[in-house]
Each structure stands twice: as C-alpha cells, then as structure tokens.
Ligand binder design. Sequence first.
Ligand SMILES: NC(=O)c1ccc[n+]([C@@H]2O[C@H](COP(=O)([O-])OP(=O)(O)OC[C@H]3O[C@@H](n4cnc5c(N)ncnc54)[C@H](O)[C@@H]3O)[C@@H](O)[C@H]2O)c1
Length: 400
Amino acid sequence: MAKPKTKRVNVCLIGQKFMGRAHSNAYLKAARFFDLPVEPVMHTIVARDAAGVASFAERWGWAQSSVDWKRAIRDEAIDLVDVTTPNNKHLEFVLEALDAGKHVACEKPLAATLSDARLMRDAARKAKKSRTFVWYNYRRVPAVAAAYQLAREGRLGRIYHVRAFYLQGWASSPDIPLIWRFDKKQAGSGSLGDLGAHVIDMARFITGEEFSEVTGALSQTFIKERTIPTEAGGAGIASGAKSSGKKGKVTVDDAILAIGHLTGGSVFSLEATRFATGRENKNGVEINGEKGSLYFNFEDLNNLYYFDATASRHVQGWTKIQASVPGVHPYQAAYWPTAHPLGYEHAFVNQAVDMFRVLGGQRPEVPLPDFADAYETQRVLEAIEVAARDRSPVKLSSIQ
Ligand SMILES: NC(=O)c1ccc[n+]([C@@H]2O[C@H](COP(=O)([O-])OP(=O)(O)OC[C@H]3O[C@@H](n4cnc5c(N)ncnc54)[C@H](O)[C@@H]3O)[C@@H](O)[C@H]2O)c1
C-alpha cells in the first residue's frame, strides 16, 4: 500500500552567517534523526550577497537562493519564514511574513527595542493562522529540558534563589572590531540582550515564574571605542575582521548586573558579560528551593546537577546527572546510546524538530517560546536597562 503523503513545510531562511549556519544544519538534520509529522524542505535561503548566498545554498542544500527578501517571503510556496539577521532587522522581515500569512521563526532577542518587539507580538496575535517561534534554543539542551521536567515534578518546592549567569570573554581584547553587536541601533543592548536574554528565558522556563521587579542594575562599558571593520559581520568576523583604520563608539553595555524578585517571592541575580576572561561560554542558572536545587552550566552541557534537600542528611550531596539516557532524558532517544554526548548544534536541531511537530499538529517535547512568550523576556531586558540608567528599582508592571 502506498504511504500516505506527508505535508511539506517549505522554509525560507533569512541570513547566512553564524545563525544561518546553525539553522541550516538544524533543518538538514531534523528529519534524519526524528520521525516528524511533516516533511521539512529547505526551499530558499536569502542574503544580500548574490554570489555568497548561491554558494551557501549549494553547500547546505537549499534548493534556491535569493537576494530579494520580499519576493522570497511572499512566494506562495513558502510556509515558514526564519529570520537570523541582526536584532534591529527582525521587525521588517517578521511583519512582512506575518502579513503574507506565513509561520515565523525569529532569532532572539525578539527585537532591538521593546517597541519593535511589541509590534511583532501584536502582529502575531492578529495573524491567527500563523504560528510563531523564537530561538531560545538553550531550552532544548537535554539537561535544561530535564531541569524543566524535574521542576515540574515538584522537586524544587518553594524557590528561594535564582542565580542566572552568562559569561564570555572574547570582547575583552581591544582588537575586536566594532561589529554590530557593539552598536545600540542594531543590537539594542550589549551583553544584556546578546547573553542575558538567554538566561532570563532559561530562568523563566525552568521556574515557571515571571520577573516581578528589578530592584537594582548596573551597566558598564569598558572599551569605549573600537576600530570599524571593512565588512559587516557578526560573531564569525569578530576574530578575523579587517580594520578600516577608523574608530567608532561602542554604544552598548560590555557587562550588566541586576538583582530583583520573581513572582513566586524568590530573589534573582543576573550577571552577563563578554569580558569574563577565561570564561568561554559559561551560560546557565542555579536555582535553590526548599526541597532541592538545580545547577546547569553550558560549558558542561551534558550534565545537570541536582541536590535533593529531602534526602537523609547523611547522604545529601550534589548528584551529577548525565542527561543522556535514551527514553529517560529529553531528545536523547533519537540520537545515540547512553552517555554518547550531544553538542551545541543539537539544541537547534531539537528546536527545529519541535517547531515541525507543532506545525504538524503534535506537542513539542517541552514548551516552545512564541512571540508573546519572548516579549516577556524583552520586558525584563527593558526593566534592567531602565533600572541601570535611572539607578532605581523598576516594577515589571510599569513596563508594558
Ligand atoms: N540563539 C542563539 O544562541 C544565538 C546565537 C547567536 C546569535 N543569535 C541571534 O541571531 C541573530 C543573528 O546573529 P548572528 O550571530 O548570526 O549574526 P551574523 O552577523 O553572523 O549574521 C547576520 C546575517 O544577517 C544578514 N543580514 C544583515 N542585514 C540584512 C538584510 N538587511 N537583509 C538580509 N540579510 C541581512 C547578514 O548578511 C548575515 O548573513 C541576532 O538576532 C542574534 O542575537 C542567536
């Protein structure tokens, strides 16, 4: 008997650098490792440089390439538009795609500004037939998804402390040029939106609580000017950009610290910086509750640490859970046998998988952030910016 035809989901990806590669790899692998209710099709890749995007298409398996983003988005064949451009360049593509009735995936943070993010959230609300997704991909590192599940099992009890951190060190070199990540107009903020956004989302995701107040925050820029690179670029170019010889101003934070409260009454601290020399990608949370604690750090991404405060005192201690047992820990069954670890790219594959599950009428393994959800993280970014700027507490209820 002939197999019933699976619905195809034709994807149009915008952007072909760091995230362009990560998402292309995710689309390539999703249906190889997982059984999906739809068939993902790598239909069109869009970027500004015709030759570059054509060779990218060939390398990664996109059927078509284009430099005409409007036409590509409006193409009737396209079902899902995925945006991986700098933060200030999300809005235009997203509004066009929603207006054309497409499903939309967008990189984080949702936008460079709260007002852009609000326009996107509101447009998504009106586009009743469109599903939206935001690439807070760390939710789909199996150890983080396992932390979510442990919290849902009630293993934390009342939460006292949420300690969120995202520490990188690459920007501490003055030789790193003025890429878009240092420009407020394009990025919105520096370490806050680039890094802090991820762990704000992670804290919200695992605890199920919202931020209610930023009691205090400080923001600092250590290197105030950098050389202007000869070509536009992002993370990739940060290590190899050619300098034009001219200097320009850094207009974002290099480091941010914030403290405050979550809705359940716990206290939080957040630290995000690109100047923590020796910390390459220390991204995670520690959550301390009455019944237990959880700790995750991306530099040790296959492990989740759990402390059971209800265990007998003589056996209490941190348990290192290697979150890679097929059928026990999220996503692992589709990959390899126990303790054959996963890497950075798998969280993107897992997100693509869950997006296609949703588009095929199935449930994601753990909740996916949509625009409304990512807007809540954007409100926290805004509250921290305002608290740092005004040196005063900010209630989240005042940021709408
Ligand atoms: N989820 C994550 O873990 C993660 C990691 C890194 C970056 N990001 C986010 O992804 C987005 C892109 O970051 P990146 O590191 O890939 O940046 P990047 O600079 O490496 O790539 C940006 C891409 O956008 C393209 N672009 C810029 N303006 C464009 C336009 N007008 N039309 C078409 N293409 C255009 C560039 O040519 C490039 O291909 C940002 O929102 C960033 O915050 C997310």
